[in-house]
Ligand binder design. Structure first.
Ligand SMILES: Cc1cc2nc3c(=O)[nH]c(=O)nc-3n(C[C@H](O)[C@H](O)[C@H](O)COP(=O)(O)O)c2cc1C
Length: 275
């Protein structure tokens, strides 16, 4: 005689009973939840590696070592980084580079540092929407024949819909822009989202961050700017997107102010810091 009951632990249910159906559903839920949890945990390192690959790729794009839209393998990216880029940490308060034996730049997580009270503090009042200022920031140093060629610096600030993250590459003169990328942003595609458009980013090349008094002045204006040689302190605005354009101006002004990279760049100009 077929047994029409099923055991679950010390309980026994009739197969057609509501108790059996509920217990069956509960078991399926628990198994699925476990599978999802295991997948999330085991895939996390791969996700982090992918994220790091994407961020580092954008450092290369800002530095002009990789064309936008071109893919690069993880091995090739590692090779270019090893050969061309020195990763350093800057102490933002005094603009000095932290000796690698004091603190390892490779293990520094800028986002985590922002939420760590030991590694960050409330930012001074600013129009970029930056709430917390890290004590240290990553500096990607590129050299040519032993001399400083360019620096790639991380920038971020509040756009219309969320924080936008990017990189800006500067010549050894510590003011001329080599390149710009925005690799993470939630601005509206076709409007503020155009800050991610390589054609607009290309307009930044050759512009200058600082005016003659070394104040950060580069401004995303409403409408078109002139050529970099004639109009070095202004960049074309994004049409219909003044909110995002202004946000980019504010974040550039903040990150190149004395609260941000100002002291580092002053030290580079005076020769006090030689990466
Ligand atoms: C659905 C929607 C999404 C928008 N997204 C953006 C945006 O991402 N960035 C932005 O600057 N303006 C955005 N705007 C437009 C702004 O509200 C504002 O009108 C615009 O920035 C003004 O720019 P203008 O002076 O060049 O016209 C959006 C508007 C709407 C209705």
């Amino acid at each position: 005689v077929a047994d029409d009951t099923i055991a679950l632990g010390r309980w026994r249910f009739a197969r057609e009973s509501p108790g059996y159906t509920l217990a069956f559903a509960a078991v399926v839920c628990i198994v699925c939840a476990l599978l999802v949890a295991i997948a999330a945990v085991s895939l996390q390192p791969a996700q982090e590696a992918k994220q790091q690959h994407y961020v580092q790729k954008n450092v290369l794009i800002a530095a002009g070592l990789l064309a936008p839209g071109v893919d690069i393998s993880a091995a090739e990216l590692r090779r270019v980084f090893a050969e061309r880029i020195e990763l350093r940490l800057v102490d933002l308060a005094n603009g000095t580079l932290v000796p690698p034996e004091v603190m390892d730049a490779a293990g520094f997580d800028p986002r985590r540092a922002r939420s760590d009270p030991a590694l960050s503090q409330p930012a001074p009042a600013n129009r970029a929407g930056v709430m917390r200022l890290p004590r240290y920031a990553l500096v990607y140093v590129l050299k040519q024949g032993g001399a400083l060629d360019q620096l790639v610096l991380a920038i971020d600030g509040l756009g219309m819909w969320g924080t936008v993250y990017g990189f800006i590459a500067l010549d050894a003169d510590a003011t001329t822009v080599r390149g710009l990328t925005f690799h993470e942003q939630k601005e509206t595609p076709g409007l503020g989202g155009e800050i991610g458009n390589p054609a607009w980013q290309a307009l930044w090349r050759g512009r200058r961050i600082f005016d003659d008094k070394w104040q950060p002045q580069l401004t995303v204006i409403k409408g078109p700017a002139g050529a970099p040689a004639q109009d070095p302190l202004r960049v074309d605005g994004l049409s219909g997107s003044t909110v995002t354009s202004n946000a980019v101006t504010h974040l550039v002004h903040f990150w190149f102010s004395p609260a941000g990279y100002g002291p580092l760049l002053a030290n580079l100009r005076s020769g006090k810091v030689q990466p």
